[in-house]
Design a binder for this molecule. Sequence first.
Ligand SMILES: [Zn+2]
Length: 172
Amino acid sequence: MSACVLCAAPDAQPVTLSPGADVALLCPVCAAALSGDIIPGPRWRCLGDAVWSEDPGTQIAAWRLLQALPGEAWAADLLETVYLDPEVLARAMAGESVVPAVEHRDVNGVRLAAGDTVTLIKDLPVKGSSMVAKRGTAVRGIRLVPDNADQIEGRVNGQQIVILCQYVKKSS
Ligand SMILES: [Zn+2]
């Protein structure tokens, strides 16, 4: 017998997280929630641990359920702080239909995707530090800020910073 990777309830079954090939062991309640039948409530606090899991399937399932709880402030907070590997995030978003897709475009209007590499087109002061992100710096594995089409996030000199899309150019 297996325990649900989200809420630890027994009787979990493997559920394929289409359209990808990721699999999560889910109890009937969590599986139903993932297909849209979700009742907001404290039960979903379990997602707070699950979304930090090292298992991509668990992360994707938890992330999608958090997206399906827009009225819960703690869920929104979690989505802002959690870090998913860009590839995992892209797979999580691929099955995401609750939130309308926000399009991020670089200075030339080229569509940006999670995991892309971009180049800074001007020197950018980094908020809250004396660091300047230099023009020409390549930023690999960007994240798209989900609810703001003007912003992406990326790592510069080992620090995760928010960058305005108008100051980057997608690298080919
Ligand atoms: Zn469960």
